[in-house]
Ligand binder design. Structure first.
Ligand code: ZN
Length: 472
């Protein structure tokens, strides 16, 4: 990743157990090479992997600053994930050089002895319940975690402000840090049109009062001119599902708890059971440790948990705990198969291997409540998804179709996805109200949008360059 430029060539910040001999020699004369020492910390805004994924490469003694909810979601995702490298955010298994029998010296293998936990400093919640503490410390993969308890941010040596904001995952925040040339605000991902848009409004006010030197602002949806609201998702989803007679499959991100609650509502109102996967149940159970308003699965009649048809001989402890805690909630493929009109299955593309066991009838419906494909890999997934749906003759609703060279949701089926990102006019309002001296767009395919639209605002826009530095 360093060689191909997928990770910045910054010596001194990465895990040393991943380094091969003389790794850095080849980079020391490179244009963007820098040596960094004594890193105070990393500011993480939320637990989406395009923000948190590369934390897995960092030295474990570099603390990660985040909200407690972000830290907990990251751990729940890691515990219940298939442990790909970029999910090793909260803990990781170090690699050691070992001489395997019959092999020559020089092979690096993951140690079977221990997992190492990363240090997290939480911005918002210093008092955790005993259960929440246990969750954080619990070894999940049969190995011991070197108990690294959650710290608070009060101990850091600089002025730091954490502003909760609204995004499509709970626990999202913006950060402010005071530097010798003034405050620098980093927005993270945010929106004004979500259920907790007031949080973002407060952030704008408080950030403006700091008269920041610089604002690093996201620009995912700069070219959208309006927003879809979560209430519209409910209305459109209800309309689509209420008329369905057979099985309904709802494809959305369960980490977007607002969306999950929207579909729970629809399930109740259409007298179906919202049937989630064990990993989603684990995520809900985890979030409930911090947010009591998250529904309690055990008490919620309209929630069931789908047990996949194939299983590992020795399941991880998180999975056993879900099956034990919610044993009365478990449904199997045959239960769904024999009462197809009773369920809304929360499946995505990745769960379609269950369909041959379920044998959905031809009157089944696939409701798509997520964003269009953003890259080539996702486009391939969409082709595959379309083939699956054709094979089982499932009707699709809200699903992007490939027309005139691009993927688009049919006009009459739009409004099933409220984006986690603010639209163009909202982003401009955020910039104008915070009124930084300098604006640095990030997380955008069209950063020039800010140059074009803020020329009369008194805000100087500086476009970042790949691995370049912006001096403030
Ligand atoms: Zn995000």
């Amino acid at each position: 990743m360093l060689v191909m430029g997928l990770l910045p060539q910054l010596e001194g910040i990465y895990r040393t157990d991943l380094e091969t001999e003389n790794l850095w020699q080849q980079f020391r004369r490179a244009e963007h090479y820098r040596k960094l020492e004594d890193i105070d910390g990393v500011l993480l805004t939320h637990a989406h992997l395009d923000h948190s994924g590369h934390i897995s490469f960092l030295k474990e003694d570099i603390p990660v600053y985040a909200t407690a909810t972000t830290a907990f979601i990251a751990k729940a995702m890691q515990d219940s994930g298939k442990a790909p490298f970029d999910q090793q955010v909260c803990y990781f298994t170090p690699r050691v050089e070992e001489c395997l029998e019959g092999w020559k010296q020089g092979a690096y293998v993951t140690s079977s002895r221990e997992d190492r936990q990363r240090r997290f400093c939480v911005a918002d919640r210093l008092e955790l319940s005993e259960e929440a503490e246990k969750f954080w410390e619990k070894a999940t993969r049969k190995k011991k975690l070197g108990s690294q308890s959650l710290d608070d941010i009060g101990r850091c040596s600089f002025n730091l402000r954490c502003f909760p904001v609204d995004h499509s995952i709970p626990g999202a925040c913006s950060w402010g840090i005071e530097t010798s040339s003034g405050w620098v605000i980093y927005s993270g991902d945010l929106r004004l049109h979500g259920r907790h848009g007031k949080l973002t409004e407060s952030m704008i006010k408080e950030a403006a009062q700091l008269h920041p030197r610089a604002l690093i602002l996201e620009g995912t949806n700069v070219d959208k001119t309006s927003n879809v609201y979560e209430q519209e998702v409910y209305e459109n989803g209800f309309k689509a599902i209420n008329g369905a007679r057979g099985l309904v499959i709802a494809d959305f991100s369960p980490r977007d708890v607002n969306r999950l609650l929207t579909f729970l509502h629809i399930a109740r109102d259409t007298k179906r059971k919202l049937t989630i996967l064990p990993k989603d149940a684990y995520l809900l159970k985890t979030m409930r440790l911090l947010e009591p308003e998250i529904p309690d699965i055990a008490q919620e009649d309209a929630i069931a948990i789908y047990q996949k048809t194939t299983a590992s001989k020795s399941p991880d402890s998180w999975l056993r705990s879900i099956y034990q805690d919610y044993s009365s909630k478990i449904v199997l493929a045959k239960d769904v198969s024999s009462n197809q009109g009773d369920f809304i299955l929360c499946f995505s593309f990745w769960d379609l291997n269950e369909l041959p066991s379920i044998q959905p009838r031809a009157d089944s419906l696939y409701v798509f409540s997520s964003s269009e494909p953003h890259n080539e890999e996702q486009e391939m997934d969409f082709w595959r998804l379309h083939h699956w749906l054709e094979h089982f003759r499932l009707q699709a609703y809200g699903l992007p179709l490939y027309r005139n060279g691009k993927w688009e949701i049919p006009e009459e089926e739009k409004g099933l996805h409220a984006s986690g990102h603010a639209c163009g006019p909202d982003l401009l309002r955020i910039a104008r109200e915070i009124q930084p001296e300098l604006l640095i767009p990030v997380h955008s395919e069209k950063p020039e949008f800010y140059v074009d639209n803020l020329s009369d605002s008194g805000i100087k826009v500086t476009l970042p360059t790949e691995y370049g530095m912006v001096e403030i």
